[in-house]
Write a protein that binds this ligand. Structure first.
Ligand code: FES
Ligand code: FES
Length: 156
């Protein structure tokens, strides 16, 4: 069945079964490989995208559940003001190690700052606890989120 999806501000039409996970469509049908496959079971956060601004695990989000919602992926998050601040803070703190988890981390962090421009440590823990990093970059992620929040305060 054909589905018209709004992805990064562009309508993309895909012909897939309705129960196909969004992650599969992004990577295998549309060739958008920035969003990563980790566990396929909502356990790691590597596949995180935004659906109408909410951080969402694309590995268990079926295509027929998306409807008219707007999907944003790591390929476009840098075009948003908050995404740009997050990415700059990631660079300033040299957050990534192997990098595999980082697109999911950035998507979760940017959704957090959009919701809470100046998050507490507890807010950060709550928002980021589902994003696993095998390289243990958690301390740098926390510092980068705090830096991005400071930039948020200065630049609005
Ligand atoms: S691949 Fe979706 S949460 Fe791990
Ligand atoms: S940077 Fe390697 S898994 Fe997170």
């Amino acid at each position: 069945m054909a589905y018209a999806l709004s992805i990064n501000g562009v309508t993309r039409t895909v012909d897939v079964d309705g129960d196909t996970p969004l992650l599969w469509v992004l990577r295998d049908v549309l060739g958008m490989t920035g969003t990563k496959f980790g566990c396929g079971m909502t356990l790691c956060g590597a596949c995180t995208v935004h659906i109408d601004g909410t951080a969402t695990r694309s590995c268990i989000t079926t295509i027929d559940s998306i409807g008219d919602s707007k999907v944003t992926t790591i390929e476009a998050i840098g075009a948003t003001p908050i995404g740009a601040k997050i990415q700059q803070a990631w660079l300033d703190h040299e957050v990534p190690q192997c990098g595999y988890c980082q697109s999911g981390q950035i998507m979760s962090a940017s959704a957090l700052l959009a919701d809470k421009p100046h998050p507490t440590d507890s807010d950060i823990d709550d928002a980021m606890s589902g994003n696993i990093c095998r390289c243990g970059t958690y301390v740098r992620i926390r510092e980068a989120i705090k830096l991005a929040a400071q930039i948020n305060g200065k630049a609005g």
